[in-house]
Write a protein that binds this ligand. Structure first.
Ligand code: SF4
Length: 385
């Protein structure tokens, strides 16, 4: 890596002053911004908060204010599927990198708090996305503490970075008022984990340590208050992924699914997105395990680990499909219902023309498309009303 771009050297050396709102732009010099004074947020959150103009396909707002810690040095990990990964530093400064398919504008955190104090009630939840950076743990505490003091009515989730954390860090976050603690496990097996975010890509993460932190979170935060992110379609079988979903549920937590999508600029950007039939099967099975008390042992899988029977009478399955909730974005809940995620991440894992996670309630036409994806060879695709 050339020295002048390594570890944010150029951004630190130039120290350009940030504008009131920095919209990612790779054609201008990236200003110097550091958390906790500055945070980045998803495009959907920035539109909802009113700090940037824009409209989203079939969605008027997001219910989760997703904040991302920001430093010129960026994330020091190198996960193969991630747009924020370290290997991009020669090509693009951290604050200009795409992450889950969208740009992340940056603003002073104080401005976010001021807007929220004025009474913006669209958000049902705030989430702090940590990254792998030496300041990440301390700055997360500062951001959390200020939020809880000034916007106590909006609960906070932590999307943690276990690599820099110990058990006492989880205890601190709980004590400071975090509501839910999640771990971006992302990979469903130790082999895929190691290949995509461990030694395979010269990245510091370890499967064992991620699970150590996850199990500690289960104890400290308790049932319904912890969970893990999983990406579907990185080479795991459906059985392997759903085994992790069941394990999390047995511990009292929930899994939040992402459909694998080749993030532009990532090391995996040449690979195909997860096939829709696989994605829909896993999405539906995960919903049954997480919210309908169903179990993986009652489902059937073929020799390659593909789900071939959900283990429910067809009528019951049809009713769950028709309700549509199973196909919405999964994440930490908002105020509507325990199984409806506040974190709707509009088009974070697919383009609007071929939606993977629906950031709204799917309508009848959406449900017919979903059913075709679930059973591509069936002739009768109608959803019972
Ligand atoms: S630790 Fe998270 S933010 Fe950093 S490269 Fe990996 S997935 Fe991306």
């Amino acid at each position: 890596m050339p020295r002048e771009v390594h570890n944010g050297a150029r951004v630190n050396a130039e120290a350009a002053p940030p504008p009131p709102v920095y919209l990612p732009n790779n054609n201008i010099l990236t200003p110097l911004m550091r958390s906790p004074e500055y945070v980045q947020m998803s495009t959907a959150a920035a539109i909802t908060l009113g700090i940037m103009p824009g409209r989203m396909h079939r969605v008027s707002c997001t219910r989760c204010l997703n904040l991302l810690l920001t430093y010129p040095e960026g994330c020091r990990a190198n996960c193969a599927y991630c747009g924020l990964a370290r290997h991009r530093e020669a090509e693009r400064d951290y604050a200009d990198r795409n992450f889950i398919r969208v740009d992340w504008p940056a603003v002073p955190y104080g401005e976010v708090l001021r807007i929220m104090e004025r009474g913006d009630r669209a958000f049902h939840r705030m989430c702090i996305s940590m990254i792998t950076h030496p300041r990440s743990d301390d700055d997360t505490r500062v951001i959390l503490e200020q939020w809880v003091r000034r916007v106590p009515e909006v609960p906070v989730s932590i999307l943690s970075n276990p690599t820099t954390m110990q058990r006492r860090d989880i205890e601190d976050l709980k004590r400071l008022g975090a509501d839910i603690f999640t771990v971006a496990l992302d990979a469903a097996t130790p082999e895929i984990f190691d290949r995509t975010r461990g030694k395979g890509v010269v990245s510091p993460h370890s499967w064992d340590h991620y699970w150590e932190i996850l199990l500690a979170a289960a104890e400290i935060f308790g049932p319904e208050k912890f969970g893990a992110h999983l990406i579907v379609g990185m080479g795991e079988t459906e059985y392997e992924l759903l085994s992790v979903v069941q394990k999390l549920r047995d511990l009292g937590g929930h899994s939040h699914l992402f459909a694998f999508f080749p993030e532009q600029g990532s090391l995996m950007d040449h690979l195909p997105a997860v096939p829709r039939p696989q994605w829909r099967r896993v999405q539906l099975a995960r919903y049954l395990i997480d919210y309908r008390g169903h179990r993986i042992e009652r489902m059937a899988f073929d020799d390659e680990g593909k789900l071939v029977d959900f283990g429910l009478p067809q009528e019951e399955l049809d009713a769950v499909i028709a309700a549509g909730v199973a196909f919405r974005t999964s994440g930490c809940p908002g105020k509507f219902a325990p199984d409806i995620s506040a974190c709707d991440r509009p088009y974070g894992d697919s383009p609007p023309r071929d939606i993977a996670s629906y950031p709204f309630a799917p309508n009848r036409r959406d449900l017919e498309k979903i059913r075709k994806q679930l059973w591509p060879s069936e002739k009768i695709q109608k959803i019972p009303s």
